[in-house]
Design a protein. Structure first.
Length: 168
């Protein structure tokens, strides 16, 4: 109850700065471009680590602390007018968008793919790709407002989470 009240207060409070680190115990996503892995931190521990793909050039997948702002099941692919759920849709079955580079969560995202062989490689135009089954498994666990750290680091996910206050 206290966590819920604190969360509501901090969310609506004008003193709560945007981009603030996650509260300990809250869901937190860390993407390490060095290893092409995504980890979910929740309940003060690393819950899971999943192989992903990031930008084909180092600067394409932005680094920093971002916020999940948009989620969509079977997202529409605007660039090529491909409906959600279609086999040719490169976004796969889920979109979890974040606000990198002052965007609204519709440009950069964590999403599935119609090319599962690309996972683990540097192939995207900036997004973070996952196997459809993997992104579907985390989709409901990641609420809007979840913080996302994208970095290129030799540190472990546990160390990074501790650095950002997501683990005590």
């Amino acid at each position: 109850m206290l966590k819920l009240a604190l969360s509501i207060f901090l969310t609506i409070s004008p003193i709560w700065p945007l981009g603030q680190n996650p509260l300990p115990g809250d869901p937190f996503i860390i993407i390490n471009k060095k290893s092409n892995q995504l980890s979910i931190i929740d309940e003060n521990r690393v819950q899971t680590t999943i192989s992903v793909s990031t930008g084909k050039k180092e600067n394409l997948t932005p680094e920093g602390l971002f916020t999940i702002t948009v989620k969509a099941a079977n997202p529409y692919y605007r660039k090529k007018n491909i409906v959600g759920g279609h086999d040719e849709n490169p976004l796969g079955t889920r979109w979890i968008g974040f606000d990198a580079n002052n965007t609204d969560g519709r440009i950069y995202g964590i999403h599935g793919t119609n090319n599962p062989g690309s996972i683990g490689n540097y192939v995207s135009n900036g997004c973070v790709r996952m196997h459809n089954e993997a992104v579907e498994s985390i989709y409901e666990l990641i609420p809007l407002g979840t913080k996302v750290l994208i970095t290129k680091s030799d540190k472990s996910f546990k160390e990074l989470a501790r650095d950002y206050g997501a683990i005590h």
